[in-house]
Design a protein around this ligand. Sequence first.
Ligand code: SF4
Length: 441
Amino acid sequence: MSPLATLDGCASELARADTPETAPGQNSQRPVLRERGQREVFCGLTGIIWLHRKMQDAFFLVVGSRTCAHLLQSAAGVMIFAEPRFATAIMEERDLAGMVDAQDELDRVVNRLLERRPDIRTLFLVGSCPSEVIKLDLAKAAQRLGAVHMPRVRILNYSGSGIETTFTQGEDACLSALVPVMPASAPDAAKELLIVGSLPDIVEDQFTRILAQLGIDKVGVLPARNARDLPSVGPNTRYLLAQPFLGETAMALEGRGAKRLDALFPFGAEGTTSWLRAAASEFGIDEALFDKVVAPGRERARIALSKLRPQLEGKRISFLPDSQLEVPLARFLQEELGMELVEVGTPYLHRAHLARELDLIGPQVRISEGQHVERQLDRVRADRPDITVCGLGLANPLEAEGFTTKWAIELVFSPIHGFDQAADLAELFARPLRRRDLLEV
Ligand code: SF4
């Protein structure tokens, strides 16, 4: 299988999702176009590209094929020249044919790696399509190797396989593997805030600074910059999701007693305000103090966005399902820049986590969940949006047909959260439209 997982399935259907009613508003229960069919997405291994930069003491060992190694090396080529924090233990034909004990081979590779690299404090064994096909039990391997190398190295496992995932689920799987090893907070511990989701350090610092100014200074982050500095968790934990693709992680945190604070995701002036307000309300922060601390950043974002609004207002946009960032980004573009949403496609729609976002997106907007690439492309051709957000594999064919596109993966790699990044986020959509206008002149 190639890094671009392509799966065939059954037809699409217009259906109400069967998720239980947990959402506050009506629109979150709206009809959704359900698609099941051929998919064009990167697999969960892609998450290693940003996770290895975030967790500086961690190492990601993919147990996979040469294809997996090529994906990682081409997506993160620059790391070839630096001290790498990821690698692929390549499974050869004799592994796949069961001619050798793959567990023994893996032990040898891990022992050699940890001998050579004393800086590694957390090792993730990352499953792939090939390791899953031969049912290589990486949980068992992590347990066995952990018993040898703890306490120096903690060994965990998760799956980055492309069989049933989209690329941001790699982060979800990685973070949910960390949740069981987070220390338990004391039963009588005071309420603490946890930010969940990998953010560029600069953005994380901005958020923790604002929260400290609000008087919320005990703030944990998952993942922490050092994977071994895991924040504690328990019934005193209130968590804010920074990314909309962390359903499994959220479930694991709830399993340990943590409670999610419901908010818009922190994109744009309004999303960021809502996100910070959820924390402020939970921690009993005075409204006047909230306004005093948050107003300058909000105003900066509003002014910066107003400069880009003329380029985006009234422009029609379609999202093809790719990163799972689609719904909150669509809300931001509609609410703060006046863009017209034609279709918002997302691989998975977490109705509870996205309820507030869906409430703001009007009922006239077509929401689709899942993928059937041919049908989605047909709708793009019929809708003729001004800009289409899609995966790399679809961008070039669409450009060749005269459509303006934006690579969804670029949105995951760029700092786009928070007040000071709001204009950069808008600029990511304005730039391809400007380029189109220049080419048309
Ligand atoms: S995990 Fe699967 S989809 Fe991803 S690169 Fe490896 S073989 Fe391809």
